[in-house]
Design a protein around this ligand. Structure first.
Ligand code: DX5
Ligand code: ZN
Length: 231
């Protein structure tokens, strides 16, 4: 099931913008609206300036997300991610993606994620060339293309990344999903959809909206109006 979620159109609400005092309720709202990929932004204050979520938060929502047929999509914005793969796997993560910029031994880290039984993704910052993942296209289940510089939700979508995402779709095999993260909102999702990407992270556009469920539904409708992503 998690494999289908990788290659179909999916909204991935980022809980970074949710109210952490009511996390269960917030996750419930977006899953009721149809989201099945819950995006979790892990930041260490070193790779990015901000400090956010650790494995205990993943663990706190794992049963709720899994019981509703969803997956936990863990975005590691941390240095030395290889030190934490097993802890995030044990906490219930389904997908883990690591930044190419944070991995000296990228091939080994991706193999470590898969060895833990998870789907492996690689992430590129806006200024990182697509060629950085040229030699690991056979080692990933999805690629995440940042359309903001990572660290905070609520930043402006960087449209100059769009041609790179289009080239990523041409480079990667069809069974590899492409996720877009940063500034995805009703006014940017159409351009992001035009690239051929199929997974769309949205933080402030969902949880910052007065009605998160309605906001999630309208982004899901934008995706569904496109033809099925086929593999
Ligand atoms: C940024 C994070 C994003 C962020 C998205 O560093 O990786 O996932 O939460 O938030 P929005 O959708 O508000 O840009
Ligand atoms: Zn993210």
């Amino acid at each position: 099931m998690s494999y289908d979620l990788l290659t179909t159109y999916q909204l991935a609400p980022s809980i970074l913008s949710a109210n952490f005092g009511r996390l269960e309720e917030e996750v419930g709202k977006v899953m009721d609206a149809g989201a099945r990929v819950v995006h979790i932004d892990v930041m260490d204050g070193r790779f990015v300036p901000n400090i956010t979520i650790g494995p205990v938060v993943v663990e706190s929502i794992r049963d709720q997300v899994h019981e509703a047929g969803g997956v936990l999509d863990v975005h590691l914005m941390i240095e030395n991610p290889e030190r934490y793969i097993e802890a995030f796997a044990a906490a219930g993560s389904d997908w883990i993606n690591v930044h190419a910029e944070a991995c000296i031994h990228l091939n080994a880290v991706l193999a470590q994620i898969r060895a833990a039984g998870l789907k492996a993704g690689v992430t590129l910052n806006p200024a990182t060339p697509l060629a950085t993942i040229q030699e690991v296209t056979g080692d990933i289940d999805f690629a995440l293309m940042m359309t903001v510089n990572p660290g905070f939700s609520g930043q402006q979508f960087i449209a100059s990344v769009l041609p790179k995402i289009r080239r990523a779709r041409m480079l990667l095999p069809d069974h590899v999903g492409i996720e877009v993260d940063g500034g995805v909102a009703p006014d940017t999702i159409e351009a992001a959809l035009d690239t051929g990407a199929n997974l769309f992270v949205a933080g402030s556009a969902v949880f910052g909206a007065p009605d998160p469920a309605a906001a999630a539904r309208s982004l899901i409708e934008a995706m569904e109006s496109r033809k099925e992503f086929s593999d």
